[in-house]
Ligand binder design. Structure first.
Ligand SMILES: Cc1cc2nc3c(=O)[nH]c(=O)nc-3n(C[C@H](O)[C@H](O)[C@H](O)COP(=O)(O)OP(=O)(O)OC[C@H]3O[C@@H](n4cnc5c(N)ncnc54)[C@H](O)[C@@H]3O)c2cc1C
Length: 515
């Protein structure tokens, strides 16, 4: 038996870091345990041969949640974040996303015969108004909305929200597009069976609310970790938690047990890792109701992503001349493919590709006169027999490394439509498959943002509720993107604050303090 802590938090992703910061500031003795060598989970970055890469998230949204929480922790300075600009490119259109009207105009010009486009964008504008009224990125309305005087004006949105929260409504409104391939694009672009609210919400946040922490994601996460330590918190990296030991008689969690067999006792424990592993692995299955276990087993997860990290022998000005902005969505066709284990061998060569470029926001992204580019698209963990790695293992075969390089070249070939000669300017190349993401974050199948949005299989739609912080043991809490719908950075961040409040015996959505 080693030390005893007030609170032990498993996982130093954004949710664990936020939770840890609140608890340390409240005077608790807190230990943060992380299996990786650095904080950040899905949001981490890495440096190779002088090039810096954001490994997972390339940016994130605030939606009236992330920045206010950072501000409450004394960790928000607007000068530390750059608002990003998106560009969309296909054979028919090429436009910057500066306003909904502009996007609508560009698509109408590209497809003059599609009379349904204005109708779709009228509805997108309504969602945008809803988000503007309720999720101002600069303030913290959501966190104060749980007062009646704020809730009443928001009640008018309930009827449209009911339809916006379905995929069916999205299908219905897109069905008016005449061209079949374009109809597919409008119906399916985004996450699989993504409800209309998210489809429209993405247009809103691409235009108004995507941010990059200057200096890179890892520097931002390191700052959160450092602030926790300055407030007396302790972090142990490279420490895998194997399971949680419980006292069945008192119905309380007792200690965290590491893979090396060390027991770390704590009054309260927060688990912020993969939820599928939580049920049955971290905590024995018999502690949960069988119906709940079944739901968690069956619940599908958000899409997996394949990333290609390129260090280029190309001055940043030249690269920026080609891409024009930080985020480009390049659509070689209007197919919307969600790869799975049965997808054909050439699936990635037909996928859309996101090109991500940060230089002005990160002076240290590449050596002088060189630049960094990250390409991403959806992929599948089990595809091609686990990417020729022959099974779900952390060991890597040579065949796997060769194969992922081949697939990286397919994304590079698509990106060359925008950056001619790209393949000849590559000085450093690495690629992250869903297997890499699983190894670095332990998220099942390398999934990216929590439960999937498919309204037929998501546990939220199957009435598990919006809040899964509670566990069978009163002093054991779950945080992170699985614990609070709908997942992603916002949910993870908010869950960190809500679970800290739960540990401290406060209201989950306690009113924000203005520092
Ligand atoms: C490529 C990519 C792009 C994305 N883009 C966006 C975006 O644009 N917008 C958005 O909102 N979201 C995005 N996301 C999702 C977002 O990054 C995640 O939802 C969010 O970071 C989750 O934070 P978390 O703390 O809940 O979990 P994680 O980041 O998964 O952190 C969990 C941590 O726990 C550690 N851990 C797990 N199990 C154990 C254990 N047993 N012992 C010790 N440590 C353990 C892991 O190593 C990890 O560090 C993206 C994700 C990816 C991968």
């Amino acid at each position: 038996m080693s030390d005893h802590y007030d609170v032990t938090i498993i996982g130093a992703g954004i949710s664990g870091l936020i939770c840890a910061n609140y608890l340390a500031r409240a005077g608790k003795r807190v230990l943060l345990v992380e299996q990786n060598h650095q904080p950040g989970g899905n949001m981490s970055g890495f440096r190779r041969r002088g090039f810096y890469f954001d490994a997972g998230d390339q940016s994130f949204e605030s939606l009236g949640i992330v920045f206010p929480i950072l501000r409450e922790l004394g960790l928000y300075d607007p000068a530390d974040f750059t608002q990003l600009r998106y560009r969309m490119v296909s054979d028919d259109f090429d436009f910057y996303l500066d306003s909904i009207d502009g996007a609508e105009g560009a698509l109408r010009e590209a497809f003059p015969r599609e009379t349904a486009i204005p109708e779709i964008f009228d509805e997108v504008r309504r969602v945008s108004r809803f988000l503007d009224e309720n999720y101002d990125p600069g303030s913290f309305p959501l966190l104060n909305h749980f007062r009646l005087r704020h809730l009443l004006p928001a009640a008018k949105w309930l009827p449209p929200l009911r339809k916006w929260l379905t995929f069916r409504y999205r299908e219905k409104i897109s069905s008016r597009i005449a061209d079949p391939s374009l109809r597919t694009w409008f119906t399916h672009i985004g996450y699989r069976r993504m409800p209309f609210l998210f489809f429209a919400g993405f247009w809103h946040i691409w235009i108004n609310d995507y941010w990059y922490p200057n200096g890179g994601m890892q520097a931002f996460l390191n700052k959160l970790a450092a602030s926790f330590e300055e407030h007396g918190g302790e972090i142990r990296y490279k420490t895998m938690v194997d399971h949680i030991d419980v006292d069945e008689r008192s119905r309380r969690a007792r200690a965290v047990v590491t893979a090396a067999g060390e027991e770390i006792a704590a009054d309260q424990i927060v688990y912020s890792g993969d939820y599928k592993r939580f049920v049955g692995d971290i905590l024995e299955e018999r502690h949960f109701k069988p119906r709940f276990v079944k739901k968690i087993r069956e619940a599908d997860l958000t899409e997996e992503i394949f990333s290609v990290y390129l260090g280029l022998d190309m001055p940043p000005e030249e690269l920026f001349g080609h891409v024009g902005t930080q985020h480009v969505f390049l659509f070689p066709n209007y197919d919307v493919i969600f790869p799975d284990e049965r997808s054909p061998r050439d699936v990635h060569s037909r996928m859309w590709v996101a090109l991500n470029v940060f230089h002005g926001e990160n002076d240290d992204a590449a050596p002088e006169g060189k630049s960094t580019l990250v390409l991403q698209t959806y992929s599948s963990y089990r595809w091609e027999n686990y990417w020729h790695n022959a099974g779900d293992s952390d060991e890597r075969r040579e065949e796997y490394t060769r194969f992922k390089r081949e697939i990286a070249n397919e994304l590079i070939a698509t990106a060359e439509r925008l950056i001619p000669g790209l393949s000849e300017r590559i000085e450093y190349l690495d690629a992250g498959t869903p297997l890499s993401l699983k190894r670095y974050t332990r998220n099942t199948d390398g999934s990216t943002g929590g439960w999937c949005y498919d309204d037929r299989v998501s546990p939220v739609y199957r009435s598990l509720g919006f809040n899964m912080f509670r566990t069978p043991f009163s002093n054991l809490h779950a945080a992170g993107h699985y614990a609070l719908w709908p997942g992603g950075v916002i949910s993870a961040t908010l869950s960190g604050r809500m679970v800290a409040n739960r540990v401290l015996g406060r209201r989950l959505l306690a009113r924000m303090e203005q520092p």
